[in-house]
Design a binder for this molecule. Structure first.
Ligand code: UD1
Length: 421
C-alpha cells in the first residue's frame, strides 16, 4: 500500500492545472449506455473511479479506448448486458448511475444494491421511488435492484431530499420515456447541468437544468455525441485551501470560478485574495493566519460537503474559533480525530465541529478514511512542522489525478512511498 510522506512548511507558489470533474464524468460515461454508438469524451481525468466505470461499461458489453491522454472513446454498439455486479458496485457507489441509463437504453437493469460507506448510509430509496413513478417495476432480490421497464411514462417526481445521483438517474431514465417528466426539488450541481447538456447534445429535450425544476419531454431516439467534461470544482477548492494554509501564492488554470462561488466567498472571508480571470484563478494568502469562519454544508449553490474536510484543515490553524456544520452526510467528520493527532484543537458535537485555531500543527502518522478526508490530511501536512505520513492513500487516487506531482510543481515536499508490511 502506498503512503504520502510530507515535509511541511513550504509556501505553495506557481501554477497548477485542474483536470476534468470526477463527479461529472461518471454520469456522462453512464449516459453512453442510453444510445448505442461511438462517443468521444474529452477532459477525462485519469482516476481510479473513472477506471472502475470503464470496467463496468466493458462488463456490460461496451468497448473503451484512450485516444489521447485525457480523451476516451466509448463504443456502446454491442452493449447488451444489463447486470452491474456486486464486485464493481462495492468498489464504487457511483456505479449505481448506470441504473437510469440501462433503463433508458435497454429497458432492464440489474444493479447490485450499494451498501453504506464511510461517510454515511447513503440509501438509494429516492432513485428507486422515482423509477417506480416512471412506470418501472422495481424489485430487490438477493442484494440486487432489479428493474424492468415495459411501460414507461413521464411523471411528476418530487424529491424529499436534494439528491445529485437521484436527479441524474431520473434524468437519464426519463429522456427516452414517453410523455413529460417533471423533477421537482432537483439537484442544481454543475455536474447535473453537465449531464443535461450532454443529453441535449444527444437530442434529449430538457429544460430547467440548474434550477429546482427540470422538465424532460421524452424522445424516441438519441444520437451519440462527442463531449468535453467540465473542470473539477472540488480539485480547484482543494488547491485553494492548500494555498491558504501554506500562505501561498498560486495560479490555478483551466478551472471554472463560477462553479465555486461559495468556496471563494468563504476563502475571501479568511483573508485570501482571490482574483478570477476567465478560466484562471490567482490566489494569494496575505495574512499570517486565516481568520476563522463558520461553515455549513448545503446542496449547490451552498457550500459543498466535498470541501468540508479541507476547510477543517485550514481552520485548524486559524485565528479564532470556527463552527463547521455538516448537513448532507451523517458521518463525515472522521478526519477530525486524525487532525487532532496533528495538534488541531477541535471537538465534534453531533454534526458540528468546533475548531479552535491552534498555534501550529505538527507532523504525525495519520490515516486517510475517505477521499476528501485524505485531501484534508495532506493539506494539514503541508503546513505542519516536521514530517507527516498519510497512509491508505488509495482513497485519494479515486478522485485526484497525480495530486503529489501537482503539489510538487507548486514547491511542496511530498513523496509517494511504499508502506512497510
Ligand atoms: C454526490 C457526489 C458526492 C457528493 C454528494 C453531495 C457523485 C459521484 N458523488 O453523491 O461527491 O458528496 O453528491 O453533494 O456525484 N439520499 C437519500 N436517498 C436517496 C439518495 C440520497 O436519503 O435515494 C441522501 C443521502 O444519504 C445524503 C443526501 O441525500 O444524505 C445527498 O446525497 P446525494 O446528493 O444523493 O449524493 P450522491 O449522489 O451519492
Amino acid at each position: 500500500m502506498d503512503k504520502f510522506v510530507i515535509e511541511g512548511g513550504e509556501r505553495l507558489k506557481g501554477t497548477v492545472r485542474i483536470g476534468g470533474s470526477k463527479n461529472a464524468v461518471l454520469p456522462l460515461l453512464a449516459a453512453t449506455i442510453l444510445q448505442k454508438g461511438i462517443y468521444r469524451i474529452g477532459n477525462v481525468p485519469r482516476l481510479r473511479d473513472v477506471e472502475t466505470m470503464i470496467k463496468l461499461i466493458n462488463i456490460l458489453g461496451g468497448k473503451t479506448k484512450w485516444i489521447e491522454e485525457h480523451r476516451l472513446e466509448v463504443d456502446t454498439g454491442q452493449l447488451e448486458n444489463h447486470v452491474a455486479p456486486y464486485e464493481i458496485v462495492k468498489e464504487m457507489r457511483a456505479s449505481v448511475l448506470v441504473l437510469g441509463s440501462l433503463i433508458g437504453g435497454l429497458r432492464r437493469a440489474t444493479v447490485s444494491y450499494p451498501g453504506g460507506c464511510a461517510i454515511g448510509e447513503r440509501p438509494i430509496d429516492l432513485h428507486l421511488k422515482g423509477l417506480s413513478m416512471l412506470g418501472c417495476d422495481v424489485h430487490i432480490r438477493e442484494g440486487y435492484v432489479d428493474v424492468t421497464a415495459k411501460h414507461m411514462k413521464g411523471a411528476r417526481i418530487i424529491f424529499d431530499t436534494v439528491t445529485v445521483g437521484g436527479t441524474e438517474n431520473i434524468l437519464m431514465a426519463a429522456v427516452l420515456a414517453p410523455g413529460e417528466t417533471i423533477i421537482e426539488n432537483a439537484a442544481r450541481e454543475p455536474e447535473v447541468i453537465d449531464l443535461a447538456l450532454m443529453l441535449k447534445k444527444m437530442g434529449a429535450r430538457i429544460t430547467g437544468e440548474g434550477t429546482e425544476v427540470i422538465k424532460i419531454k421524452g424522445v424516441d431516439q438519441l444520437t451519440p455525441c462527442d463531449y468535453e467534461v467540465i473542470p473539477d470544482r472540488i480539485e480547484t477548492g482543494t488547491f485553494l485551501a492548500a494555498c491558504g494554509i501554506t500562505r501561498g501564492s498560486i495560479t490555478i488554470e483551466k478551472c471554472n470560478p463560477s462553479h465555486i462561488k461559495a468556496i471563494i466567498d468563504k476563502l475571501r472571508e479568511t483573508g485570501m485574495e482571490i482574483i478570477e480571470e476567465g478560466e484562471t484563478i490567482k490566489a494569494l494568502m496575505t495574512k499570517k493566519k486565516p481568520t476563522a469562519v463558520d461553515i455549513t454544508t448545503m446542496p449547490y449553490p451552498g457550500f459543498p460537503t466535498d470541501m468540508q474536510a479541507q476547510m477543517m484543515a485550514l481552520m485548524s490553524i486559524s485565528r479564532g474559533v470556527s463552527a463547521i456544520r455538516e448537513t448532507i452526510f451523517e458521518n463525515r467528520m472522521m478526519h477530525a480525530a486524525e487532525l487532532r493527532r496533528m495538534g488541531a484543537d477541535l471537538r465534534v458535537i453531533g454534526n458540528t465541529a468546533i475548531v479552535k485555531g491552534a498555534k501550529m500543527l505538527s507532523g504525525a502518522k495519520v490515516m486517510a478514511t475517505d477521499l476528501r478526508a485524505s485531501a484534508s490530511l495532506i493539506i494539514a501536512g503541508l503546513a505542519a512542522y516536521g514530517t507527516t505520513e498519510v497512509s491508505r492513500i488509495y482513497h485519494i487516487d479515486r478522485g485526484y489525478e497525480s495530486i503529489e506531482e501537482k503539489l510538487r510543481g507548486l514547491g511542496a515536499k511530498i513523496e509517494r512511498s511504499k508502506e512497510q508490511g
